[in-house]
Every structure is written in structure tokens, then in C-alpha cells.
Design a protein around this ligand. Structure first.
Ligand code: ATP
Length: 581
């Protein structure tokens, strides 16, 4: 398979904003591939060589890529760099220059998918002395045989900028359309949700059909998409929705961790599938030591505690554990406990399809006593009055609220879905603001006055899961301290786009566009109908969307969330619905 055929498909996808069209372009390509190639193309379409949870080590610096472009195109390094300063993306520079190469290739070898995979894997595994030079040459070797479009995507992949706009739901649609029936789509999605490995699911489907997909199950070492909660505005409504009886747990304000414990060791994953094992080595070793069985997958919230009295400390404390360096000191200075709330696998048995009370029982007896492993506090609650008392207890203990969990026989662990089997209720709901929103930054406006020369405000978006597009909901200019204003270019500029990304729906035009990638937590006074914002456009009033009034950055960069986990348009509609009731 020639890489140029794949690159031209990426190009067509990037050029369309229509999910239906993306699906049909992708499914046409998928249908022509053998299972192993399909797996690789699925990874490449996301800019990866492996599943999401695999540490991605491809990252080449822009400067190194520019060197490779200069070497292959024959343009001087300073010319290439000047273009890069203007364009902001080495992929665009490569595309422009490969079209007017000064050097004609004497020896040319076709650039196949296999060759690209081997080349990229070699770049990834180069380390030690001279590795930078080797990486540069490996890339130059591929650019040598690339046309403009192939060069654009190669450079985007190695610099971590590959976002052609086809989200995971579109890829699942395309897989169903190439290899199965539309009605099989939920089962293909289930296989993805319990493995988080779209490439493996694609290969399984292409090689073994739906029978093989149905056999895909939870595995230690392969993270599972987390289950999420809905929200309701009062404890009374929570109790009614739960038919008057539920399991109620403290909602701890820390970092969610999914622990995969095996005899070989322990791996901890964030809800964004990052490997957090090195951030919580103390938790990992305690889990291994305290587990009675051989293997398990459990979930819990890591919270900072004061060792003198065991008090839980605010969320900001545990974020000190998210650093890359100086972990030894951080472990000493910021002790944590993990509050376990679910079990998804134990000794060869998938427990995700058991009801919550059964899972809870298995979890409670799975570990020996341990100082830093604690079961989340849970009570069976049967009246709004009991709920009020439990909620007050949760706040007094330093938690942000409660999680109500269904006790019904259907209360399975729904990987990757947000539903009413779990309902959250937080203290914020008691003040004038309903909740915080986790919004994607999709644009920036240059500052004026004191903020001249910096970004002064950001254009923020919710994620419309149905349309797979990012819809604007507010212009955010409040809540930024000087340190955050200074850090914005480093945080955002690598996601700059020359034009509005195809998966962004916006009536406002910022000074700079970004690919939706960075998620910030935002509070606000309330939602109101807005003619300039595109979230829930036309739902409550023709040609009018919803906007957040008086938005303010809380200071939390949600780097534990991927862009598709931004607050969804349907959650925004629910919040608006609650507000106008
Ligand atoms: P939030 O910003 O409110 O945490 P979210 O979108 O991150 O929202 P939600 O599903 O809305 O996720 O809230 C559930 C989160 O609450 C979980 O992801 C987990 O991190 C945390 N949590 C704390 N305590 C519990 C508990 N006892 N059971 C389940 N989740 C809990």
C-alpha cells in the first residue's frame, strides 16, 4: 500500500466538516486494507503508532524537523525557519517546499505504508548518543520520497500535530460500514470502550468479524474507558431518580486513577489514559502489596492528605504529583491516599457486567488493610433527609459532594458512558452557579492595555458529541493571573491553525485559531440564549445558541481530560433545562 494513497485520504478528511462524508471516505479506504495495515492506518489517522494509552515517544522538536526539511528540499535552514515562523507548523512548511524541491531525487524508492511505519518506529526507538541526528536522517529519508501531502502528514505526526478531524466515533462508524452492519456498531464501540485500542479492535474485526469482536473483554494492562456520572440540581431529584434508594458515596476531589494490578507489577492510568505510575509510586506499591489475589483492575481517587490528622487537602495539593521531575521529593512532600470506589476485574474475571452492590462487595474484600488504601465512604440511603445528612458529612470531611449510585440489577459498569446509574451532586450546585464546565480552547484574541503583546482572551467551546464538532460557548478573559498569561503561548501555540479547524463550529473569528486540545475549567453565572454562540444552536430558539454569562477561569487546566471529554453540548442543554425549570 502506498503511503500517498493514505495521505490523500487524510487530506480529503481534513477538507470536509461533514461527519457523514468523513465516514464514507474512511470506510472506502478501510475496506481495501488487510487487517494488520488497517490497524496501522487507524493509529496513524490519530497521529499515533500505538494505542492511546501507550506512552507516545515520537515527539521530534520543530527545529529538528526543519533541519530534515532543509536537507531534503535544498532550501537553506534560515529560509525554512523563516517560513516556519510565519506558518507555525512544520507540516505546512514541508508541504510548500516539497512542491518546489531544489534537489531532484536521483534514487527514489516508493514510500509504502510499511516503510513509513518502520521509519516512524525507528525514530521512536532512537535514543542515546547521536539520537537527534539519527531521527533527523530517518525523517529526511522518508521526506526524500514524499510528495507535498505525504510530507505534510509525516511532519505533523512526528511533531504531535496530527489531527485530521476524524474523531473516534467517526472511525467506529467507518469500521462498522466497511466490515459489519450498522446494527453491530454498539458492539464495536463496546469493544473499544473496554480496550481503549481502536487499532486492535479494527484488526480483530477485519480478521475475525463480529464473532471475534464480541469476544473482546476487559484485560489487565489495557485501560478501560471510565464510567461517568450525570448531574441533577437537588438531592430530592437525585433520590426520586434513584427510585427512593441508592448507594451514596463521598465524591473525593482528587485525581482519578485506574489501577491495573498484576503479578508483574502495577500500572496506573488517568482518565485520559496517561500512565501515572511514576507519579504515584507509593500508591502502586501499596496496591500490589495489599491485594489478596493475583490480579485486579480497580478505580479510585488519589487525594492529598495531612499526615498529622489524616485530613483531606484541597485538589491543588495533589496536582503537585503531576510533575515530571523531582518525584521523590513530591512523594515525600505531598502524601496521598487512594479512595477506591470500583472494581472491574479480579483474577481472570470481568466484573464490569455485575451490578454495583456485587462489585462493591468484591472490592471491599479484595485488599488487606493498608495505610494509604481506603474504601470510599458509602451508605445505603433511603430518604432525602438521610441524603442531606450524608451530603453534609461529605462536605465536612473535605469532599466536593456526593455520588449517588444505582443499586438496581442493571447497575453494571458502563465503560465510556455518562448516565443516570451514577449521579453527582456537588456543593457548587447550592450557590448561584450550577457547576464548572470543562471547555476546549479553540481560539485566542490578542490582549489590549496591560495585556498587550499577549493573549488577552480565549474562545472556548463545548463538544457536540452527535455532530463531533466543537461549538463556542464563551469568550473567556477573566480569572487569568500573570503566570497563566505568560504560560499561554507554551500551552497553546503548538495547536495553532492557519484557518478554522474543520471540526470547529464558530460564528466568532478569533485572532488565532487552535485545534481543540487544551481543556480549561470555567465557572460562570448562568447560561443564557446567545446569538453569537453555536452550542445548542437552534435547540431553544432559531439561530440562537447558549452562552455562559460572566465566565471565569478557575485556575484548573484539565490535562487529565482529552478534547472529546470537554463538557458536551447535551450536558449544557441539561444545565440550561435545570436553570429554566
Ligand atoms: P468533575 O469535574 O465533576 O469531576 P468529570 O466530568 O470529571 O466531573 P464526572 O463523571 O462528572 O466526571 O464525576 C465523576 C468524577 O468524580 C470521577 O471521574 C471521579 O474522578 C470522581 N469521584 C470522586 N469520588 C468518586 C466516587 N466515590 N465514585 C466515583 N467517582 C468519584
Amino acid at each position: 500500500m502506498l503511503y500517498s494513497d493514505i495521505a490523500s485520504v487524510f487530506d480529503r478528511i481534513e477538507g470536509t466538516g461533514s461527519r457523514l462524508e468523513m465516514t464514507s471516505i474512511l470506510s472506502e479506504l478501510f475496506g481495501t486494507l488487510d487487517p494488520a495495515s488497517l490497524r496501522n492506518v487507524v493509529y496513524l489517522s490519530q497521529g499515533k503508532l500505538h494505542p492511546d494509552f501507550f506512552p507516545q515517544k515520537l515527539g521530534m522538536s520543530d527545529k529538528l524537523v526543519l533541519k530534515a526539511i532543509s536537507m531534503t528540499s535544498g532550501f537553506s535552514e534560515s529560509t525554512v525557519e523563516e517560513m516556519w515562523v510565519k506558518e507555525g507548523d512544520p507540516g505546512t512548511v514541508a508541504e510548500m517546499l516539497m512542491g518546489m524541491k531544489k534537489q531532484t531525487a536521483l534514487f527514489s524508492e516508493p514510500l509504502t505504508l510499511d516503510r513509513v511505519m518502520k521509519g516512524l518506529l525507528s525514530i521512536e526507538s532512537s535514543d542515546g548518543k547521536d539520537s537527534q541526528e539519527r531521527k533527523m536522517k530517518l525523517l529526511a529519508n522518508m521526506l526524500h520520497d514524499s510528495g507535498p501531502t505525504e510530507a505534510r502528514y509525516l511532519c505533523r505526526i512526528v511533531t504531535g500535530r496530527m489531527r485530521v478531524g476524524a474523531g473516534s466515533m467517526t472511525i467506529l462508524d467507518a469500521l462498522a460500514s466497511s466490515y459489519a452492519d450498522k446494527s453491530d456498531r454498539p458492539e464495536i464501540e463496546r469493544a473499544f470502550n473496554v480496550t481503549c485500542d481502536m487499532g486492535a479492535v479494527a484488526e480483530t474485526l477485519a480478521a475475525g468479524g463480529m464473532d471475534a469482536v464480541r469476544n473482546v473483554s476487559v484485560k489487565v494492562g489495557s485501560p478501560i474507558k471510565v464510567m461517568l456520572a450525570e448531574r441533577l440540581p437537588s438531592l430530592g431529584e437525585v433520590m426520586t431518580k434513584m427510585d427512593g434508594r441508592c448507594g451514596m458515596e463521598f465524591k473525593y476531589d482528587g485525581i482519578r486513577v485506574q489501577a491495573h494490578i498484576s503479578e508483574a507489577g502495577v500500572r496506573l492510568y488517568s482518565r485520559r489514559l496517561e500512565d501515572l505510575t511514576s507519579n504515584f509510586p507509593d500508591v502502586a506499591s501499596s496496591l500490589r502489596a495489599a491485594l489478596k489475589g493475583k490480579e485486579a483492575i480497580v478505580e479510585g481517587e488519589c487525594v492529598s492528605v495531612d499526615l498529622r490528622d489524616g485530613r483531606m487537602l484541597p485538589f491543588q495539593e495533589v496536582t503537585h504529583r503531576r510533575r515530571k521531575h523531582g518525584m521523590e521529593n513530591a512523594v515525600k512532600d505531598y502524601p496521598v491516599k487512594i479512595f477506591l470506589f470500583d472494581i472491574l476485574h479480579t483474577d481472570g474475571r470481568d466484573t464490569t457486567l455485575l451490578p454495583y452492590p456485587e462489585r462493591r462487595e468484591i472490592l471491599s474484600s479484595a485488599f488487606r488493610d493498608s495505610e494509604n488504601i481506603v474504601m470510599s465512604n458509602m451508605n445505603v440511603i433511603s430518604s432525602p433527609e438521610e441524603a442531606d445528612i450524608f451530603f453534609a458529612d461529605a462536605l465536612a470531611a473535605g469532599c466536593e459532594g456526593i455520588m449517588a449510585k444505582s443499586l438496581s440489577p442493571e447497575s453494571v459498569y458502563r465503560a465510556g458512558s455518562r448516565g443516570f446509574l451514577w449521579i453527582k451532586y456537588k456543593k457548587d450546585y447550592r450557590s448561584d452557579l450550577i457547576d464548572t464546565y470543562d471547555l476546549a480552547v479553540i481560539g485566542a484574541f490578542y490582549g489590549m492595555g496591560k495585556r498587550k503583546g499577549r493573549y488577552g482572551a480565549l474562545l472556548m467551546a463545548a463538544y457536540d458529541q452527535e455532530m463531533q464538532s466543537y461549538t463556542t460557548i464563551c469568550k473567556l478573559g477573566t480569572g487569568f493571573d500573570d503566570a497563566f498569561l505568560d504560560s499561554m503561548p507554551e500551552l497553546l501555540d503548538r495547536h495553532k491553525k492557519a484557518e478554522r479547524p474543520a471540526n470547529v463550529d464558530s460564528k466568532m473569528v478569533p485572532d488565532v485559531w487552535f485545534d481543540p486540545y487544551v481543556i480549561l475549567e470555567v465557572t460562570g453565572a448562568e447560561l443564557s440564549l446567545s446569538p453569537i454562540h453555536t452550542t445548542a444552536s437552534g435547540v431553544f430558539k432559531e439561530d440562537t445558541g447558549l452562552g455562559i454569562r460572566f465566565p471565569r477561569f478557575t485556575g484548573k487546566v484539565r490535562d487529565d481530560k482529552g478534547p472529546e471529554e470537554a463538557t458536551s453540548a447535551s450536558e449544557v442543554m441539561d444545565i440550561y433545562g435545570m436553570q429554566t425549570k
